[in-house]
Design a protein around this ligand. Structure first.
Ligand code: GTP
Ligand code: MG
Length: 322
């Protein structure tokens, strides 16, 4: 909490660890810092590979630091396949930012986490906040389930896009533009400037018809260049005005509470699942039922009920043994 970045890194490693001792330590750690968390703006950034996310963050991050802020950059990748590329790329693309004492850059853990994207970014965000970082950027690649995850942990969701290609051509999945609080057309420099401006008006028209969520915020479209720095300050000012509006309306707090509740439910589901998984003999029962369901011998509902009963019996048995 005194802002020691080495200690912060070590704490994150503990939070991300699946070792039993570390899980206990994590829980203690989170209890101790919880009162010092939440005092930040959490910004999710997405866009297809190569759109310019890392380069944008390099510029944007430095700009935000110039405004007196401390910024933490976290990345969420759908698979280690992508993260390998990003980590290598990010070392060069966030060179200045990574040297800045007011920035903290942490790539997502490599290696496979059980259940894919089950990483602990929401808790890592809390650690960064407790360490005094007041702008949190969460970068994700525009594929798969990761946008939804990031949307669920961010206050503001930014989609980076290129001019001159439709959503489908850019590989942006349906629904992602609808999730965005703002679209930024990137690489708006050189010959690309006027196509970027054209794309901006195109998307502005499209977004007009989107039903707004309860935040009463109308999604914005901007152009920016990480190369020239054009538009970077506009993006920051826009986010500040969002924060202002969402705080006044109460949406900011409401949205975070909703996110906390959903995280709580997810964690409970995970705990239930892990508790179930400790009974090795239930794995056999699980496979048997799977086969019966596949062969349409029993209904899925009955199979689920049988498994639940077997689980309850297993708990009962451990109790009577102890
Ligand atoms: N002209 C121009 N080129 C840019 C700009 N921003 C990024 N680029 C270039 O676009 C390429 C991809 O940029 P990255 O920042 O690595 O893109 P990314 O979205 O982080 O890519 P992944 O991490 O692989 O998903 C690099 O060669 C950058 O130099 C910009 O504003 N203008
Ligand atoms: Mg990148």
């Amino acid at each position: 909490m005194r802002g020691n970045r080495i200690v912060l890194s070590q704490a994150i490693t503990i939070i991300e660890s699946n070792l039993e001792d570390d899980r206990k330590l994590s829980a203690e750690l989170l209890e101790k810092i919880i009162h010092a968390t939440g005092n930040s703006i959490r910004i999710g950034i997405t866009g297809v590979p190569g759109v310019g996310k890392s380069t944008f963050i390099e510029k944007f991050g430095q700009h935000v630091i110039e405004q007196g802020k401390k910024i933490a950059v976290l990345t969420v990748d759908p698979s280690s396949q992508f993260s390998k590329g990003s980590i290598l790329g990010d070392k060069t693309r966030m060179e200045e930012l990574s040297k800045n004492p007011d920035a903290f850059i942490r790539p997502s853990p490599s290696g496979n986490v059980l259940g894919g994207v089950a990483n602990r970014t929401p808790e890592v965000i809390l650690l960064c906040e407790a360490a005094g970082f007041d702008v949190i950027l969460i970068e994700t690649v525009g594929v798969g389930q990761s946008e939804v995850n990031v949307k669920n942990m961010a206050d503001f969701f930014l989609l980076l896009m290129l001019a001159g290609a439709g959503d489908e051509l850019q590989g942006i999945k349906r629904g992602v533009t609808e999730m965005a609080d703002a679209i930024v057309i990137t690489k708006a420099d050189g010959d690309n400037l006027s196509p970027a401006r054209a794309a901006m008006s195109y998307y502005q028209q499209g977004l007009q018809f989107l039903s707004t969520n309860s935040s009463a915020w109308l999604p914005k479209v901007l152009v920016a260049s990480a190369q020239t720095g054009m538009g970077i300050d506009d993006v920051w000012k826009m986010i500040l005005s969002y924060q202002d509006q969402a705080m006044t309306s109460g949406f900011f707090t409401h949205n975070r509470s909703r996110q906390n509740i959903s995280r709580f439910k997810n964690e409970f589901e995970q705990m239930l699942f892990l508790d179930f998984a400790r009974f090795k003999n239930l794995q056999q029962e699980f496979s048997n039922l799977e086969k019966q369901v596949a062969d349409k011998k029993i209904s899925t509902h009955t199979a689920a009920e049988k498994l639940l009963n077997a689980y309850h019996r297993a708990i009962q048995e451990t109790k009577s043994r102890s």
